[in-house]
Each structure stands twice: as structure tokens, then as C-alpha cells.
Design a binder for this molecule. Structure first.
Ligand code: NAD
Ligand code: UDP
Length: 341
């Protein structure tokens, strides 16, 4: 594969039928990542043709292994910074391409920022050329270290433009601006999802985010690394709920940003204790320095999503964590580490 998009010839596409009556051709960038792989799976299950484009920076081909032989699924290894050469019809684009874990997006901050700006411009150009509706995976990080709680869409945020998180936070803010401009002034159908911390099966064990870290540490009886005093809060959404929200937003007529997340708010200490209880692990809690600019609190106001999309999350944290623990217990590197105990 030379990296450029090629027409999908397996779509049964009939351009004369309205959008909601026919199988769609859908591009999912970042589709081999944690959230993207679940989204690809759902879209295929609903009968659509899916082109998954990913540079495998933080994603894994194993995440879409179950789809690779599906006739309606195509995998393309490509960076969204490179020109996307599409020759066929395209109905929808979900842009999920971007490392999401702080240690990973900070590894090459310029690439992260370019992914959110130049990469997004490439995708917006593709949407304009094909007439596809396009959704951006934005983030609660656009609110930075928020001074209000919960955070509603009208809140403009408190973001450091020059700290270690800026490449991601400011990149995602710039991406929202680009989406808004192309929607307001270039006639594109844009959707903007402000996603709050999401977790579930297929997070990489090496991802470095808190849920995967704590579960892998507990399962392998390593120390649980609590950054700072552990009293900072996050609100965790199970991945299936998020995917349902993304699809509802894409199907809606809502072009303003919409928060998608689970409003249940927990301290990192509470999360650690829940993981320890559920795994029955003897791991110790140890404190590590709080990363620079780590937000102290985060909780979504999801009134807009409820009103405009009829969406609300359904999976409580304890249940989602149990499912995620079961997944991680089967990850080869966790299995090996447990055998060596
Ligand atoms: P992830 O790191 O598992 O997935 C991101 C995917 O994008 C990976 O497969 C990676 O290889 C790919 N990618 C990165 N840069 C790329 C590039 N330049 N070109 C092509 N592919 C590229 O992270 P995730 O948790 O699945 O997040 C998916 C999206 O949702 C991201 O855009 C992220 O910013 C957003 N988001 C996620 C969360 C969350 O808690 N999971 C919260 C807010 C926003
Ligand atoms: N965190 C932690 N231990 C870890 C990883 C993260 O205490 O091993 C904390 C981190 O400092 C932050 C919260 O957990 O306060 C969520 O971190 P994550 O990287 O998952 O996402 P963020 O919301 O910060 O982007």
C-alpha cells in the first residue's frame, strides 16, 4: 500500500439514495487507537464501509485485527499530515487521529500540534472535496485547569499556552477553530465532540494514562503510582458510551461543540482504591510528583448532549472498571508479568 487512500469498491454505494437509507462510506482516522477501534467495530456492525487510517504512532494493528478480513473494512497506514488522496465517495469522517496520553503526546510535541492543525486542515480539505460530514474528537483539555465545575460548553477555559500540555490543549483548541471556520464560512457540515476521560478495553498497557496504569500495576503487583496527593478529580466514561455519543453527534444537526463524558467525579485516590479492591491486589500506593499543569478537577456538564442528542452514559465506573480489568488480565504482557510473579 503506498499510503494514499484508494476508492473502496465494496460499498454497494448508491449515490441517489438519501444518507440515512444506504450504507455509508466512513473514514475513521486514528481508527487503530483505543477509541477508534471500538468506533470502527460499531460502524462495521451497523453495515457501513469503513476506511481506518492510522500511522500506528500510539495505536496498534491488533486493535482492529478482528476487522482486517472484513470485506467492508480497509486499513491504511498513513499520517494525516500527508496529503490524503481520495478518489471515491465519502459520507463521513471521524477525526480521532492524535495521541491522547500525556506522556505520549509530549514525546513529540511539534508532531502533536501539527497533527491537530496541519493534519486537521488536510481532513477539512478532504471533507470539502467529497462533501463528507466531519467530526472532530476534541477534548475536555480545551478547558485546561478549570476554575468552574462542572464544565459547560460556554466556559472558555484556563489553558497555559507554553506548558508541557500546551501542544495538545492548544492544538485541540486550534482544531476547534478550524472546524468552526470551515463550518461557518465554507459550508462544511462539522461536528465537535469535547471528550472527557474515556477508558475501557484496548487501552495500551504502556499508554501511561491513569486507568491503564493502575490496572496493570495492580494486576502485576507493582506499586500504584499516585501523582501528587491523589485528590485531583477526573470523570471517567466507558468507551461504549462514548462511541454511542460520537455516533449520535455525527447523526445530529448540531455544529456547536458538545461535551461527551460521564459526570461521575472521582479522586485518583478513590480510583486507585477501587482498582485495588476489584483486583484483590496487594500493590502498595506510592506517591509520585504531580505533573506540571495537571488539572485539579474535571467534570462534564452534559445537559447539552442530553437535550440535543438524547444521549447519556449508562455504564457506572465500578462496572466499566471490572470489564477493563478482565481485558487487561488477558493482555500478553500482563499475562507474562503475572506468570513471572
Ligand atoms: P489513542 O492514542 O489510543 O488513539 C489515537 C490514534 O491516532 C492512534 O491509533 C495513533 O496511532 C493515531 N495517530 C496519532 N497521530 C496520528 C497522525 N498524525 N496521523 C494518523 N494517525 C495518528 O487515543 P484515544 O484515547 O483512542 O483517543 C482518540 C481521540 O480521542 C484522540 O484524538 C484524542 O485526542 C481524543 N480524546 C480521547 C480521550 C480519552 O480519554 N480517550 C479524551 C479526550 C479526547
Ligand atoms: N495519574 C496518576 N497516576 C498515574 C497516571 C496518572 O495519579 O499513574 C493522574 C494524573 O496526574 C491526572 C489523572 O491521573 O491527575 C489523569 O491522568 P491521565 O494521564 O489519565 O489523563 P489527563 O486527564 O491528565 O489527561
Amino acid at each position: 500500500m503506498d499510503g494514499s487512500l484508494i476508492p473502496v469498491d465494496v460499498t454497494g454505494h448508491d449515490s441517489f439514495m438519501p444518507r440515512f437509507h444506504r450504507r455509508k462510506v466512513i473514514l475513521v482516522t486514528g481508527g487503530a487507537g483505543f477509541v477508534g477501534s471500538h468506533l470502527c467495530e460499531r460502524l462495521i456492525a451497523e453495515g457501513h464501509s469503513v476506511v481506518c487510517l492510522d500511522n500506528l504512532l500510539t495505536g496498534r494493528k491488533e486493535n482492529v485485527a478482528g476487522l482486517l478480513d472484513h470485506p467492508q473494512f480497509r486499513f491504511l497506514e498513513q499520517d494525516i499530515l500527508n496529503r490524503i488522496d481520495w478518489q471515491g465517495p465519502l459520507d463521513e469522517i471521524y477525526n480521532l487521529a492524535c495521541a491522547a496520553s500525556p506522556p505520549l503526546y509530549q514525546r513529540d510535541p511539534i508532531h502533536t500540534f501539527r497533527t491537530c492543525t496541519e493534519g486537521v486542515l488536510n481532513l477539512l480539505a478532504l471533507a470539502r472535496a467529497t462533501g463528507a460530514r466531519i467530526l472532530q474528537a476534541s477534548t475536555s483539555e480545551v478547558y485546561g485547569d478549570p476554575e468552574i465545575s462542572p464544565q459547560h460548553e460556554g466556559y472558555r477555559g484556563c489553558v497555559n499556552t507554553v506548558g508541557p500540555r500546551a501542544c495538545y490543549d492548544e492544538g485541540k483548541r486550534a482544531a476547534e477553530t478550524l472546524f468552526w471556520e470551515f463550518g461557518a464560512h465554507q459550508g462544511l457540515e462539522v461536528r465537535i465532540a469535547r471528550i472527557f476521560n474515556t477508558y475501557g478495553p484496548r487501552m495500551s498497557p504502556e499508554d501511561g494514562r491513569v486507568v491503564s496504569n493502575f490496572i496493570v500495576q495492580a494486576l502485576t503487583r507493582s506499586d500504584i503510582t499516585l501523582y501528587g496527593d491523589g485528590m485531583q478529580t477526573r470523570s471517567f466514561c466507558y468507551v461504549d458510551d462514548l462511541v454511542a455519543g460520537l455516533m449520535a453527534l455525527m447523526a445530529s444537526e448540531v455544529s456547536e461543540p458538545v461535551n461527551l463524558g460521564n459526570p461521575g467525579e472521582f479522586t485518583m485516590r478513590e480510583l486507585a482504591e477501587m482498582v485495588l479492591t476489584q483486583t484483590g491486589s496487594s500493590s502498595r500506593l506510592v506517591h509520585r510528583p504531580l505533573p506540571v499543569d495537571d488539572p485539579r478537577q474535571r467534570r462534564p456538564d452534559i445537559a447539552q448532549a442530553a437535550r440535543l442528542l438524547g444521549w447519556a452514559p449508562t455504564v457506572p465506573l465500578a462496572e466499566g472498571i471490572a470489564r477493563t480489568i478482565r481485558h487487561f488480565a488477558g493482555e500478553p504482557q500482563v499475562v507474562r508479568a503475572r506468570e513471572a510473579l
